[in-house]
Design a protein around this ligand. Sequence first.
Ligand SMILES: Cc1cc2nc3c(=O)[nH]c(=O)nc-3n(C[C@H](O)[C@H](O)[C@H](O)COP(=O)(O)OP(=O)(O)OC[C@H]3O[C@@H](n4cnc5c(N)ncnc54)[C@H](O)[C@@H]3O)c2cc1C
Length: 450
Amino acid sequence: MYWKRTVDQERSRMVQKGQIGDGPVLYWMSRDQRAHDNWALLYAQERALVLEKPLAVVFCIDLEYPAANLRHFAFLLRGLEELQNTLKNYAIDFHLLQGAPDNILPLFLEKTHPALLVTDFDPLRIKKRWKEKVLEHCSIPAFEVDAHNIVPCWLASNKREYAAYTIRKKIQQQLPRFLTDFPDLQVHPYVSAPASIQPVTVNTLLKQVKDKSVGEVDWLKPGEKAGINLMDDFLTHGLHSYSTDSNNPCLDGQSNLSPYFHFGQLAPQRVAWEVEQSNATRDNKEAYLEELIIRRELADNYCYYADDYDRYSTFPDWAKRSLDEHREDVRPYLADLETLENAGTEDALWNRCQQDLLQNGKLHGYLRMYWAKKILEWSVSPEEAMANALFLNDKYSLDGRDPNGYAGVAWSIGGVHDRAWADRPIFGKIRYMNKNGCKRKFSVTEYIKR
Ligand SMILES: Cc1cc2nc3c(=O)[nH]c(=O)nc-3n(C[C@H](O)[C@H](O)[C@H](O)COP(=O)(O)OP(=O)(O)OC[C@H]3O[C@@H](n4cnc5c(N)ncnc54)[C@H](O)[C@@H]3O)c2cc1C
């Protein structure tokens, strides 16, 4: 059969050598939960075509995943339900296993004897640990593909970057090579003997979710198609004023695509490509791509190279020194986790931000900074601030538990990717934000009333 290599081989790397098995090529999908515009799936298909093997996808749903609750599982599972149907149209089997991958995947590999294993890249600790453990039990060749970043994380930089200005050039130099359109997924010509595959039964799985205290959101539809629709809507209506409107929480100036990126239901590269092809002005394109490419890929770089990305120890030395000098400063107001969680602080703007998180699962990007910096101001220590901010962000944000969240909180509280500012009480040299700053940017009264 004729086939043409369409995936840049630099997007993948071999993570284990081994003997090719006699079963299908298997893509262990984890971070990138989509059928289209997925370099890991395309790579797996390419390998399967060369080997003349069937292609299968396996996803392990771990209902004990840290900080995940009904809000997150519903978005994820409804996306998988759609994905399963899409893959069927391409003659690609989809297996959904229940449990942590390091527990259940080795047995599945033993039973199915895949030819080889392909998986997607994720810089978070738990995902790295899963991968290491699965590979310990795996004797077939295994490959990792970065399907989330435009420039594969390990190629963008080989070290933890100091700030956006240190990674920007490295990424930009490689964009002409990596920022391309995607090839189409093909209907797979080699099929397995009919496997008895359990369909994804979302409602049964949702019943088993232990933490149902945080409900589903109704303003955003999960799934690959909904992600593409929202992208189209943003390209038509939002991109043209992004550089002026995106920092005003009273306007609908952001794309709201982060939940789709987080669950891998939409490829950042698809959006970047469409933005480049659009007729928006250079200013708007550049402003959006700075966030979508540079800031997002910097966050992946941070988590990949700093294993303590969610702890105080990760802060730069100047920030730790300065925060240490201010440990004993009098805090005129303190808010413990319960007060924060219940949006019961002395600050009406902050409470409104927290209510957005509670109800909508998303807080405007500009206010996320204010929200986190107030937590530093009201906590007995920066360690407590970091822990409380991450707890709330991960629990309530639909896009939480993401490298962007770890980088965003560490930026706000610990000066990660930032520089030292004028010294002041409690904050030391960490960049300060207050309500007057917000008032200069937007109508605080209007936002609170919304
Ligand atoms: C305290 C704090 C917590 C945060 N928590 C999260 C989180 O849990 N999950 C999350 O995805 N983002 C987080 N961010 C980063 C940023 O605020 C969100 O990515 C953005 O608001 C998402 O909304 P959007 O898709 O409408 O953004 P848009 O403005 O439309 O931007 C498009 C995309 O660019 C990327 N992006 C935008 N701003 C940033 C940024 N500052 N850093 C990295 N990437 C960025 C995101 O992928 C985003 O989807 C946090 C930031 C801070 C300061």
